[in-house]
Write a protein that binds this ligand. Structure first.
Ligand SMILES: [Zn+2]
Length: 95
């Protein structure tokens, strides 16, 4: 079963863009993954079969509401991770 969460691709792309305009206090892999994991826990997943995946992901890029939700969540997730100096797990930072 090839199921993918299309939101993952969008979040990972948005995160790359986000980093260009926002300087992360710590840009280690752990912090980057934590930020994206927090966002993915907050944005409802959109599952699709991997065969249809590319097309579905493309259509999501045109969803400006989703894009702005993700950007908002990226911003608050970056702050959460920055405020937790000891690379805490995502579970601990969930609200
Ligand atoms: Zn770090």
């Amino acid at each position: 079963m090839g199921l993918i969460n299309a939101v993952e691709a969008i979040v990972s792309h948005s995160f790359e863009e986000f980093q260009k305009s926002y300087e992360l206090k710590c840009a280690c892999d752990q912090c980057k993954e934590d930020i994206q994991a927090i966002v993915l826990n907050r944005i409802p997943p959109k599952y699709t079969s991997s065969e249809r995946g590319q097309l579905f992901v493309k259509s999501l890029y045109l969803n400006t509401q989703l894009q702005s939700d993700i950007l908002k969540e990226l911003m608050s997730a970056a702050i959460i991770v920055e405020q937790n100096q000891h690379h805490v797990t995502v579970e601990e930072t969930r609200q």
